[in-house]
Design a protein around this ligand. Structure first.
Ligand code: ADP
Ligand code: MG
Length: 407
């Protein structure tokens, strides 16, 4: 589903109250009975006002009836949840307008938004459950069972998407505090987060770098630095590393010389795991090997040193004064069960749809395996770019749909 904020300005203050009531009601009901919606909305105009709002919300697709329901009631849709989050951001002045979608991940939508000063930011909307689980039977069965559980509003998938956003935000904050190159976390609501916009392309779209050895070394050091804090990214690949270019001026020379330095920025944290996780070694090695394989294929670069190895990473934990961050999510109120549910959902999604999204991209990705011709590779990549909506950064401000709040 795509976020379409246009209908927002037609919603009245009463509509928002009723929408919030459906959200509150869904903590205890899969389908919120209409009398409960009436009670929770507490509109001054009484039930007729509630019914008017219900039909407006249903028409816009923010709430929905369920087929074959045994009683009269409504459930919140992902659209409704999107609107509630946006409404909160708008009333807190984090977001004033919504622009175009710059990324469609396997489990998220990435939108450009702006505040009332015109500063662009990124809204990440988590959408677990978007793809269906066909191949991984164990995951599918596990999640199907879990999906009856409805903790905290909306369907089981919405609940898991909220957890993903909360976890991602907590890690982005902690990593940022420790000085890691990650976007600035700005706000979090429900299944979404707002962060700073990084004006950069993912490594995936870069065909040449000046000095692959230095970049490779920096990425491996980043993996080790995370390990010192007790963490493994868990999806450390060319889609989740953005390469920012920074011009460095050297005034020591006459005339002053300018060199361009690339700085890797790490994103995408809902799947982070502790170095103490039972499969930590597998996740650590997978992150390391992802970088190795990509550098070999794309830049024909092979590191001279083996590793880094998990056993060394394990020894490095807590060294150089690194604060352990792996207990963070539990400390912020996540139970073991919440983490387990989230992990199962993310793993299942990763197994079903490797990062890169749609089939065109996946094909290009496959092609790369046996394709040594750089030009062709580049063409494939450019094709991909054209298929996606253009990245809307910098001065190419997209048409912004202004939000409007009814209260
Ligand atoms: P997913 O979990 O779906 O993989 P990501 O967080 O990796 O979502 O984001 C998907 C894509 O959106 C990234 O590969 C990147 O191109 C873009 N993106 C995400 N966050 C930002 C950001 N803060 N600034 C710029 N681009 C971003
Ligand atoms: Mg990603």
């Amino acid at each position: 589903m795509i976020l379409d904020s246009k209908a927002m300005r037609h919603l009245t203050a009463e509509d928002w109250r009723v929408l919030a009531a459906v959200e509150t009601g869904s903590k205890n009901h899969e389908l919120v009975p209409t009398p409960i919606i009436e009670r929770l909305s507490r509109l001054r105009g009484g039930v007729s006002g509630v019914h008017k709002s219900i039909s407006a919300l249903a028409k816009t697709g923010l709430i929905a009836k369920m087929k074959e329901a045994k009683y009269d009631g409504y459930r919140l849709t992902y659209g409704g949840l999107d609107y509630l989050a946006l409404h909160q951001y708008a009333s807190q002045n984090f977001v004033y307008s919504v622009g175009s979608r710059i990324g469609v991940g396997k489990e998220s939508d990435i939108m450009i938004v702006a505040d009332n000063k015109g500063t662009q930011k990124v809204l990440k909307i988590h959408r677990l459950g978007r793809i269906s689980f066909r191949t991984v039977k164990a995951n599918r069965d596990y999640l199907r069972r879990k999906n009856h559980n409805n903790g905290g509003g909306g369907s089981g998938w919405m609940y898991l998407s909220r957890l993903a956003a909360m976890k991602e935000y907590a890690f982005m904050q902690a990593l940022r505090e420790e000085g890691f190159p990650v976007p600035e976390p700005i706000a979090q609501s429900r299944h979404t987060i707002v962060m700073s916009l990084i004006d950069a392309f993912p490594l995936r779209q870069i065909s040449h770098v000046g000095d692959p050895a230095t970049l490779y070394g920096e990425l491996m050091e980043m993996i080790m630095r995370l390990a010192r804090h007790g963490l493994i990214h868990g999806d450390f690949n060319e889609f989740n590393i953005l390469l920012k270019e920074e011009t460095v001026t050297n005034n020591e020379t006459t005339p002053p010389t300018e060199t361009v330095k690339v700085i890797p920025i790490l994103i995408d944290f809902p799947q982070m795991v502790s170095m103490e996780h039972q499969n930590a070694e597998m996740y650590f090695d997978r992150d390391v090997n992802c970088v190795k394989r990509f550098f070999e294929r794309r830049f024909h670069f092979v590191g001279t040193q083996p590793g880094p190895f998990f056993k060394d990473a394990k020894k490095a934990m807590g060294q150089r004064g690194a604060k352990r961050l792996d207990a963070l999510v539990e400390a912020s109120g996540f139970t073991k069960k919440m983490l387990k549910d989230l992990e199962a959902a993310i793993r299942a999604q990763q197994a079903e749809a490797p990062e890169g999204g749609g089939s065109a991209d996946e094909e290009a990705y496959e092609d790369e395996e046996d394709d040594d011709n750089d030009e062709e590779e580049q063409e494939a990549d450019e094709g991909e770019l054209e298929e996606e909506e253009p990245a809307a950064t910098g001065s190419n401000a997209p048409d912004m749909a202004r939000l409007s709040i009814g209260d």
